[in-house]
Design a protein around this ligand. Structure first.
Ligand code: C2E
Ligand code: CA
Ligand code: CA
Ligand code: CA
Length: 276
């Protein structure tokens, strides 16, 4: 037993080292990526379950490096550590608002959801930034939704909580991302005038097969409805999941079944078909 324990320990440290090395490499390359214009926004459509209308898009960042795409799950944590998330987050917000404003001018009534890192709320003046970007892009405030995670609202970080309240006063929408995976003190939902709960895909995944997941999803939707919040289910991949969500009273859905994240020009084509 001792021998195999030592073996797995060695394996563990080797893996940790490999990860540290990878992070260092990413760190260096990330610093140049913004200057080199290697980031791109993809957009994933969001649909109303009741009438099948496209109601919004979520902006998801991509990094095109050396012919491949690097996942945000890998580089966002590094950008949060090295501070690049501030200029990168500003670029994402600007690009998302500009693109959505163009779609709205073409007659598409949609909202754009932008993921906001806790680091941006702690270290950037998000109120001034959002106000400026809205003014420059011409996007109406109510067409911008910021996605934040539950843990952020649970803390007692007063400057962050004040900033969220000030952001709401600009007239933007606030969505809680990955809802259900964090803590479950719900008082903050009303306190901050949250507009939407995004039900995490881990619950959606099993809704049609595991009674527990179905109970949780129904409870969240019921609570959302009683609080006057919109509910959106993430990661919908099958028709069975879509049907179960419809019956549970969910408002909106997003997932591979109805559209993967795609470059802006592909969304142009999708929107044109929808108007026709
Ligand atoms: P998230 O905000 O929870 O985004 C949802 C993720 O689920 C996206 O992964 C999306 O491509 C993926 N997804 C959508 N539909 C399905 C589905 O039907 N099945 C499955 N299995 N997955 C689906 P992505 O784009 O790789 O992003 C991963 C995470 O990286 C995001 O999770 C978010 O936390 C972060 N991220 C992405 N873009 C940004 C950004 O612009 N800013 C910040 N701060 N974080 C971002
Ligand atoms: Ca999100
Ligand atoms: Ca999510
Ligand atoms: Ca399933």
């Amino acid at each position: 037993a001792k021998e195999s324990e030592r073996g797995s320990y060695r394996f563990f440290t080797a893996e940790l080292n490999a990860r540290a090395v990878e992070r260092l490499e990413l760190d260096g390359k990330l610093r140049d990526a913004l200057r080199l214009g290697e980031f791109e926004l993809f957009f994933q459509p969001q649909w109303s379950l009741a009438d099948g209308r496209l109601t919004g898009v979520e902006a998801l960042v991509r990094w095109r490096n050396g012919g491949g795409l690097i996942s945000p799950a890998r580089f966002i944590p590094v950008a949060e550590d090295n501070g690049l998330i501030i200029p990168l987050g500003a670029w994402i917000l600007e690009e998302a608002c500009r693109t959505a404003a163009r779609w709205r001018r073409q007659g598409h009534d949609l909202t754009v959801a932008v993921n906001v890192s806790p680091v941006q709320l702690r270290r950037d003046d998000m109120v001034a930034r959002v106000r400026d970007v809205l003014a420059r892009s011409g996007l109406p405030a109510h067409a911008l939704e910021l996605e934040i995670t539950e843990s952020l609202m649970m803390g007692d970080d007063l400057p962050v909580l004040d900033m969220l309240a000030a952001l709401k006063e600009l007239g933007i929408k606030l969505a809680i991302d990955d809802f259900g995976t964090g803590y479950s003190n719900l008082a903050y939902l009303k306190r901050f005038n949250v507009d939407r709960l995004k039900i995490d895909q881990s619950f959606v995944r099993d809704i049609d097969r595991k009674p527990d997941a179905a109970v949780i999803v129904s409870a969240v939707i019921g609570m959302g409805r009683r609080l006057g919040l919109n509910t959106l289910a993430e990661g919908v991949e099958t028709e069975a999941e879509r049907t179960a969500l419809l019956h549970a009273g969910c408002d909106d859905v997003q997932g591979y079944l109805l559209g993967r994240p795609m470059p802006g020009k592909d969304l142009d084509a999708l929107l044109t078909r929808q108007l026709a």
